[in-house]
Design a binder for this molecule. Structure first.
Ligand code: TYD
Length: 215
């Protein structure tokens, strides 16, 4: 992965389906803007770009017959497009980019079928996040949340799949934390308000540590 020397911070939220990322990402945006007076943009992967549109059709089952390795390549291609057209320009303008899922999702989801080294290789040009929050929710709990709140489900929303993805996330984050990456685990089984409070506390610690580094 490449690292960047931009002013804005690149913050990613990760977790298995039903872990509440979409709710918490809005809270994170609110905190950064109202409490830190920062300019932010919200974005997500799969992105809304041309490759992201194809991926969404695969996820919903409207486009079928694609091999798992092809889907992994599509996610990697979408990420390059997303980096070049959305993330990097915003960071260069000093904006803080908050992204719903990123590279870690490829390692956790596509890592069920594909080799980790290959996934890291095809994603090697992905810009490195400054900070990642992993919203940890056990698969049994997340699936209950999904089935009680939605009419339709996507291809990865099954218990045994979510279990594999969950275990992959735990392994991946342990590895990246050992490599010195800023990955912060949050207990996502708490109430939504308590999860937000945890994120807020960790964000404060992160900015304090960053200020110490620059002073
Ligand atoms: P999700 O983030 O829930 O988006 P939406 O709320 O719009 O449905 O769904 C995206 C799905 O894509 C989710 O199951 C995780 C999966 N995914 C991957 O398998 N690999 C990736 O690299 C990314 C970014 C997502």
């Amino acid at each position: 992965m490449q690292s960047q020397q931009n002013k804005g911070k690149f913050i990613v939220l990760e977790g298995i389906d039903g872990s509440g990322i979409s709710t918490q990402i809005l809270e994170l945006k609110r905190i950064l803007e109202s409490e830190y007076d920062l300019q932010t943009i919200l974005t997500k992967e799969p992105s809304t770009g041309p490759v992201g549109v194809i991926i969404r059709q695969v996820l919903s089952g409207r486009l079928s017959g694609l091999e798992d390795s092809c889907l992994a390549l599509l996610f990697a291609a979408d990420r390059v497009d997303h980096n070049r057209n959305v993330i990097i320009p915003a960071l260069q303008q000093g904006k803080h980019v908050i992204c719903d899922r990123y590279l870690w999702s490829s390692l956790a989801y596509q890592g069920r079928k594909e080799d980790t080294e290959w996934l890291e290789e095809i994603n090697k040009y992905a810009y490195k996040p400054d900070l990642t929050f992993f919203i940890r929710v056990r698969p049994e709990i997340s699936l209950k949340r999904i089935t009680s709140s939605r009419l339709s489900t996507e291809i990865f929303e099954e218990l045994n799949i979510l279990r594999q993805v969950y275990n992959n996330y735990i392994k991946i984050f342990k590895k990246w934390q050992d490599l010195g990456e800023q990955v912060i685990e949050i207990d996502g089984e708490l109430s939504p308000e308590a999860v937000t409070a945890e994120i807020k506390k960790e964000l404060q610690n992160y900015f304090l540590a960053e200020n110490k580094k620059t002073n």
